[in-house]
Design a protein around this ligand. Structure first.
Ligand SMILES: *Cc1c(COP(=O)(O)O)cnc(C)c1O
Length: 395
């Protein structure tokens, strides 16, 4: 396993690099999933998740499974056949939410925006007004397929006005940009461990408001999925400790350690680090003559989508980055497959050294591929962003 081919720098849309402390935590001996020592780690993990989600919701836990399991958890627990849900679709993950929601037997009402653009509150308002008794409004906070950062405040207010639950995909936002669940009035929110949390894929943190819990307690039908049924799972994470399924013990160690590192660094500093590195990378890409894909003013710092320049072959560049520099970046999905790259600076991967290395490598490869570049301009532009930042400990 110590082969050079296995030593990568993960700068794609996830998974991202893990801090060595997280990997070390995973090497700890197993505990039984009802051992008081393990339950103490679970309780602490739960407290740490609340801190990260900036919430007091009592129903906060980590579902077994990747980010998509969190998505499905919200849908199957909130929805019953015949319910109506409005889903924002401006990228691949919005599409997936609509697909998952429709499988519950609910009626999905899509609100669409072009890939690379945000959903405008007016569109959502018009759709909510046009339908009676909408049970939920669901949107993606950080659309990893496009790099768009969706504002939540107005949408949350609209959901409340229409007495709909406000559901948010925070898979790529949690740990990278603020996810203020209580302040934003989010009723259901899920994330994943392998993006900005900096742990391996395998758990999906979820938090539900008392309003969501009320919906859960008033269900007429059983939750369609036995495995994701929160009416049972909350009794394992709660005082009762009822056995439901075996907790993925090692993954909980990893999440516990990853959250510990984030809180130790401090949320403000973590967000500032992501913002600074993302802005430096984006400045460097533009200095190279590349065009950013996402709408200006709504670009995520932790995931940058950029157009593949004219005359350059997508796979050749990604292949060379991987073979010659050990760097993984992501390609485009769906309608922009082969046309954009997705560069991630998430969690432990969000570091100045990675920004500079990626820019230097891209400059070299693109120059050789026939894209006109001014040597050194990209790194200089990124450096300027770092120089302008107030605090030296951001580096
Ligand atoms: C990655 C991702 C998911 C899916 O997570 P998996 O861990 O791949 O199941 C869902 N939503 C968004 C926005 C994502 O970036």
């Amino acid at each position: 396993m110590n082969d050079e081919r296995m030593d990568r720098i993960l700068l794609g849309p996830g998974p991202s690099d893990c801090h060595p402390d997280v990997l070390r935590a995973m090497a700890s001996p197993l505990l039984g999933h009802l051992d008081p020592a393990f339950l103490a780690i679970m309780n602490e993990t739960r407290e740490r998740l609340r801190a990260l989600f900036q919430t007091r919701h009592s129903l906060t836990l980590a579902m077994s499974g990747t980010g998509s399991a969190g998505m499905e958890t919200l849908m199957v627990n909130a929805l019953e056949p015949g319910d109506k849900i409005v889903v924002g679709i401006n990228g691949l993950f919005g599409e997936r939410m609509a697909d998952v929601a429709a499988r519950t037997g609910a009626e999905v009402i899509p609100v669409r925006a072009p890939w690379g653009r945000i959903l405008e509150p007016e569109q959502v308002r018009d759709v909510l007004r046009a339908h009676r008794r909408v049970k939920a409004l669901a949107v993606v906070h950080a659309e990893t397929s496009t790099g768009v950062w969706q504002p939540l405040e107005d949408l949350s207010r609209l959901a409340r006005e229409h007495e709909a639950l406000f559901l948010v995909d925070a898979v790529t936002s949690l740990g990278g940009v603020p996810v203020q669940v209580d302040d934003f009035g989010v009723d259901g929110c899920y994330s994943g461990t392998q993006k900005c949390l900096g742990a391996p894929p395998g758990l999906s943190p979820v938090t539900l408001s008392p309003r969501f819990e009320e919906v859960l307690s008033k269900r007429r039908t059983k939750v369609q999925s036995w495995y994701l049924d929160l009416t049972m799972i909350r009794q394992y994470w709660g005082e009762e400790r009822f056995y439901h399924h075996t907790a993925p013990v090692t993954m909980v160690y990893a999440l516990h350690a990853a959250l510990g590192l984030i809180l130790e660094e401090g949320l403000e500093r973590v967000f500032r680090r992501h913002l600074l590195n993302g802005r430096a990378l984006q400045a460097g890409l533009e200095a190279m003559g590349l065009k950013l894909f996402a709408q200006e003013g709504h670009r995520l710092p932790q995931l940058t989508a950029v157009w593949v320049p004219e005359g350059v072959r997508d796979e050749e560049v990604r292949g060379r980055l991987l073979r010659e520099y050990g760097i993984e970046i992501g390609g485009g999905l769906g309608e922009v497959k082969g046309r954009i790259w997705r560069l991630g600076l998430m969690g432990h991967s969000s570091r100045r050294r990675n920004v500079m290395l990626l820019l230097a490598a891209l400059e070299q490869i693109l120059g050789e591929a026939g894209h006109p570049v001014e040597r050194g301009a990209a790194c200089a532009a990124a450096e300027e962003v770092y120089q302008k930042s107030a605090s030296p400990d951001d580096r």
